[in-house]
Design a protein around this ligand. Structure first.
Ligand SMILES: [Zn+2]
Length: 116
């Protein structure tokens, strides 16, 4: 992988990282708000006109946050590999991962054949 492609993919990873951090932040806020709402015994789940109970809202936010954390791990691992010059190699077969695939999924660790 040449220098230009590497820095292009690094920029994609950094942009994605920021987007995921933002999602994680929103998830944190939602969980804090729901935790607050839950601490009020008067919160009436059954008759919430917005639909969806606090418990549902909580598990949705927790799910989003867990997903964001996983994605963040994947992105950080990809950036570490880039730094080490090991980026873009399939972890299963050792072949190079197509740049087109990395552009769509910059944290991919396996080539399209192995991922299938
Ligand atoms: Zn492979």
């Amino acid at each position: 992988m040449n220098e230009k492609t590497a820095s292009e993919l690094r920029a994609l990873l950094v942009a994605r990282r920021e987007a995921v951090l933002e999602r994680e932040r929103v998830g944190d806020e939602t969980m804090a708000i729901v935790a607050d709402a839950r601490s009020f015994a008067t919160a009436d789940d059954e008759h919430d006109p917005e639909g969806g109970t606090l418990a549902e809202e909580w598990s949705r936010a927790a799910g989003l946050e867990a997903e964001a954390k996983r994605e963040l791990d994947d992105i950080d691992r990809a950036i570490t590999k880039l730094d080490a010059g090991e980026y873009g190699t399939c972890e299963s077969c050792g072949k190079r991962i197509a740049v087109g695939r990395l552009r769509i999924r910059p944290m991919a660790t396996r080539c399209i054949d192995c991922a299938a």
